[in-house]
Ligand binder design. Structure first.
Ligand code: SF4
Ligand code: SF4
Ligand code: SF4
Ligand code: FES
Length: 947
């Protein structure tokens, strides 16, 4: 294995159908119109020296190293800023050019430390390379003149350093921060000799920097450098794999020394990220080798006993024996399992197969239940496919973007960078969110409208938008006529035209001025391309499914489906939430969303799996909890999901887990759920996994192991062995064999194989005979279900209401540096940005309660209470408070309720009536958590203590 070197063509591609013919160094070649001479040369294998140019950034033309001679042109133009022209004759290597380049390099090196041998960039420094390329031997100016060599390093960022003594002021970092990331944290201060890179007025850590690392990647010297490279040295080989955090699904090169990761570098060819990343994927991978990792199987008969490390054989035999015993005493349906959206498709597939074939029931559900299950339901009803319609690239063609209940700069940062780029090009943004998220007003970004609706009124709002479109004659009639079911449309049109949906009527419910709603509706409907993007602020409501269908109605009514720049696009939460749903994790569906009661489908699986299967849907997660408390559900297998922290109404979840006779947890750490477990099966981190993740754009990406499983086994192997011990042998030669089985049994995956993924990089399903290389944009010529189906979306207010005792509404979300329940990110330096969950509260609400910024407050709902510190923030509308749920000590879900989506049971995390009061004491809940913190309560027998 070698280090994968991606060619840097110097300037971005300029796709064009028009080719021009030119000659470079005597070679005749063709290049697309608009391409730079530098790129045209690089595409033909001719390297022109460069320093300030790189192909992820627009050309800048500052270093003067890339000069060329062009017949008929005066002087020596910079090849990075000169576009190709028909008949152009270019020379890249002449004596004059060599002398000029040497002169440029002499100037740079005269003001540069001469510590190449001990420099961390040694072997990976473009300045060093260029000194070699131009044949620099002497520096006529000497090294004693005025220089920048004694400037102090900025070490404030936990992941990278800034050493200005090595800076050549090429501005690549400044441009990367602006063009690629869209944060504009860096500037060049001063002029001429005094010019220098500045991160605001202070250091990086106290600037606007979000630590995405784009500047570090762009820097051609050791000025901006990963601390991991400084500590470990340059990597020697790399493996392409996929980030295991969010549903963007960024591709990375894991750059390695042996089996140690040195750094993660986003892959330029990555379909989802095209060379960009956020702080989590690029830097927060240290959890994989954290000392808290559990690497040995453990069992205990009672949860009050200490854990006992055992062999794999014993752990598997014990689990199988206990599961079988429960079934013997309480029936086949008394056990079940939960699959994880953090795991690979192959691992998820193995667990659901074990449950259906070895447990003999359909009691399988997935953590998608608590996030995007309404997406699956709503899009299937209206379009026929339980997935988003576009690829991420599509946003570059959108003219108006309707962003609902999503905060991409925190939740889906790499998509946010694409979105911001499009907004800087002139697209308009409409934000529907109670909270004033960063995209409402940020650097070089300003939303055309922010509709700060009251939590729980999404459906009223979208119906009002649709009402305007229908009653003001903005419906795309030809599209509806050609593509949608006419009877459903007429029914919907009559429904939505009713005055009860008019913005003026709905204003009292949503709190948003009618005129703002009308303006937003006209803007979206009038766009050449209108795109909807949404997140958990849509789905995690009692009407989550209704809202998804309402958005689909809106897109169909305006003809915004089936081409680039449009669509209805869920921003999926976890890395493989799309995949875990695709893999048959729901109790009513086999892979590819086919109902278990469908005879033909069931027969297909029965023949392939060689066993009879249950045609009745099994229990959903909330049903499992209820049945456990009621006493009919006794055994649970949980794959990589901390349900005790992530699911709503923590007291209820804890009671259910306590009632189980057997809880088997397969995970990396002894998490909150493991507090209740009897068997712990150590899992694998993404750096050890072999398989695939499917991101929010249906893109199947390869996850390749860069190190051996620390537990000694892949998770799917453990599951296969458990199924075998239960009496149903499951065996595959490798993860590729599991994908072959998935492809054999799933029409949308028909053409997928590891070999194809290795060849193409990634594939977006459906991938079959009709689309052998996948389908970036869905529903191009017709909906998957045939005619698009308009659904009636009556607004039904949630039963969770503010009251005299609980007058505020709590809504929850994520922050950039942390992820989900924080199990991974809390074990990295990301804690430096968000060491605790905070409660954002409007100044008026705070003043009424005598709360000052930073005060400890009690947060109480009808079901529980916790305490945390308050931050006074005008981002919140009055009457609404907000927090994250990344830290178990806060246990934000102790206050969230059992209300859930009517169709899918997705919990209503986004609406909880609460009271907030000043308090200097931890809640009873927190006192209990401190006493029972699993990290502290990890009672291992003394002779088996883990590392
Ligand atoms: S820090 Fe690096 S990228 Fe930025 S100006 Fe200096 S040398 Fe160029
Ligand atoms: S790390 Fe990212 S946000 Fe921070 S300065 Fe560099 S490019 Fe900008
Ligand atoms: S945007 Fe998501 S997938 Fe990409 S690097 Fe960040 S966390 Fe990973
Ligand atoms: S690479 Fe062209 S001017 Fe710097």
């Amino acid at each position: 294995m070698a280090l994968i070197q991606e060619t840097d063509f110097g300037t971005p591609a300029r796709p064009s159908e028009h080719l021009v013919t030119l000659s470079i160094d005597g070679r005749t070649l063709q290049a697309a119109e608009g391409t730079s001479v530098m790129r045209a040369a690089a595409e033909a294998g001719i390297a022109i020296p460069k320093l300030c140019a790189t192909d992820s950034l627009e050309p800048f033309g500052s270093c003067r190293l890339c000069l060329v001679e062009i017949d008929g042109r005066r002087g020596t133009p910079a090849s990075c800023t000169t576009p190709v022209a028909e008949g152009m004759t270019v020379r890249t290597q002449t004596d004059r050019l060599a002398a000029l380049r040497k002169g440029v390099m002499e100037l740079y090196i005269s003001d540069h430390p001469l510590d190449c041998l001990t420099c961390p960039a040694n072997g990976g420094c473009e300045l060093q390379d260029m000194a070699g390329v131009v044949g620099l031997r002497d520096v006529r100016y000497g090294f004693k003149g005025a220089n920048h060599l004694d400037q102090p390093k900025d070490q404030s960022n936990p992941y990278f350093t800034f050493d200005p003594s090595k800076c050549i002021v090429c501005s690549r970092c400044v441009r990367a921060c602006a063009e690629t990331q869209g944060t504009f944290a860096l500037t060049i201060d001063g002029r001429g000799f005094a010019s220098k890179v500045a991160a605001g007025a202070g250091d990086f850590m106290n600037s606007e920097c979000v630590s995405c690392g784009a500047c570090v990647q762009a820097c051609p010297t050791a000025t901006l450098m990963e601390k991991s490279v400084i500590a470990q040295g340059q990597p020697e080989h790399s493996v392409i794999t996929t980030c295991a955090y969010c549903g963007v699904g960024c591709s990375f090169k894991a750059e390695m020394q042996g089996d140690r990761v040195v750094r993660m570098v986003p892959l330029k060819d990555g379909g989802a990220n095209e060379g960009h990343s956020c702080v989590k994927g690029r830097f927060a991978w240290g959890y994989a080798t954290h000392k808290d990792r559990m690497t040995k199987p453990m069992i205990r008969e009672r949860v009050t006993d200490p854990w006992r490390e055992v062999s794999w054989d014993e752990a598997i035999a014990y689990s199988a024996r206990q599961f079988k015993d429960i079934q013997r005493r309480h029936g086949r349906g008394a056990i079940g399992g939960i699959t994880s959206s953090r795991c690979t498709n192959e691992e998820v597939y193995a667990v659901q197969k074990m449950i259906r074939a070895a447990f003999g029931n359909n009691n399988v559900d997935t953590c998608a239940r608590v996030c995007h299950s309404p997406t699956g339901y709503g899009l299937k009803q209206t379009f026929g496919t339980s997935a988003g319609t576009q690829d991420f690239k599509s946003v570059a063609k959108a003219d108006v973007i309707l962003l609902i209940g999503a905060n991409p700069t925190d939740g889906h940062p790499v998509f946010a960078s694409r979105l911001k780029k499009r907004l800087r090009q002139g697209a308009q943004l409409l934000v529907v969110d109670p909270r004033r998220i960063d995209l409402v007003r940020g650097p070089h970004v300003r939303a055309a409208a922010h509709l700060p609706l009251r939590p729980g009124t999404n459906v009223a709002m979208i119906n009002a938008l649709a009402h305007v479109i229908v009653t003001e004659g903005l419906v795309d009639q030809p599209f509806v006529k050609e593509r949608c079911d006419p009877r459903d449309f007429i029914r919907w049109e009559n429904f939505i035209a009713d005055l009860r949906h008019a913005p003026e009527t709905v204003e009292a419910v949503t709190g948003v001025p009618a005129e703002d709603v009308r303006r937003a509706a006209r803007l979206y409907a009038g766009a050449a391309n209108g795109a909807i993007y949404y997140g958990l602020g849509v789905t995690e409501h009692s009407q989550g499914s209704t809202m998804v269908m309402a958005m689909a109605n809106l897109a169909m009514a305006t003809g915004n489906i089936g081409r680039d720049g449009v669509g209805v696009n869920p921003l999926r939460g976890q890395n493989n939430v799309q995949g875990s749903c695709d893999m048959g994790s729901f109790p009513h569906e086999f892979t590819g969303y086919r109902h278990v009661s469908d005879e033909a489908t069931r027969r297909l699986f029965e023949i392939d799996w060689g066993i009879g299967l249950d045609g009745e849907p099994g229990l959903r997660i909330p049903n499992m909890f209820d049945a456990a408390i009621e006493g009919s559900f006794k055994g649970l297998f949980v794959q990589g999901e901390d349900i005790a922290q992530s699911d709503p109404n923590t007291h209820h979840v804890s009671a259910a887990l306590e009632a189980l006779e057997l809880l088997v947890v397969q995970d990396l750490f002894l998490n909150e759920t493991a507090t209740f477990a009897h068997v712990f099966l150590p899992g694998t981190s993404f750096l050890e996994k072999d398989g695939t993740f499917t991101n929010a754009e249906r893109r199947i990406n390869r996850v390749r192991p860069v190190m051996a499983p620390r537990s000694g086994k892949q998770e799917w192997q453990v599951v296969s062995e458990l199924a075998g011990a239960l009496g149903y042998p499951m065996s595959w030669p490798n993860a590729a064999g599991i994908m072959d089985e998935i492809a054999r049994l799933t029409p949308t995956f028909q053409g997928v194989s590891f070999a194809k993924l290795d060849r193409l990089g990634s594939v977006q399903w459906p991938c079959n005979e009709a689309s052998p290389e996948g389908t970036p944009i869905m529903h191009r010529d017709g909906f998957v279900r045939g005619k698009g189906r308009f659904m009636i979306t009556e607004f039904v207010p949630t039963e969770e209401r503010a009251s005299r005792f609980f007058p505020l509404i709590l809504t929850t979300g994520r922050i950039l540096s942390q992820y989900n329940v924080g199990a991974q990110t809390r074990r990295t330096d990301n804690v430096q940005w968000h060491p605790e969950d905070l409660l954002e509260i409007h100044p008026h609400d705070a003043e009424e309660r005598g709360i000052r910024d930073g005060d400890s407050v009690s947060l109480a709902s009808r079901v529980g209470a916790t305490s945390l510190r308050a931050v006074i923030s005008e981002r919140m509308p009055q009457g609404v408070v907000y927090t994250t749920f990344h830290h178990p000590i806060t246990g934000a879900n102790v206050v969230t309720t059992d209300y859930s989506d009517w169709a899918t049971n997705c919990p209503e995390y986004k609406v909880t009536a609460v009271q907030v009061t000043r308090s200097n004491h931890p809640s009873d809940w927190q006192r209990l958590r401190r006493e029972t913190d699993p990290l502290r309560r990890r009672v291992l027998a003394p002779d088996t203590a883990a590392e």
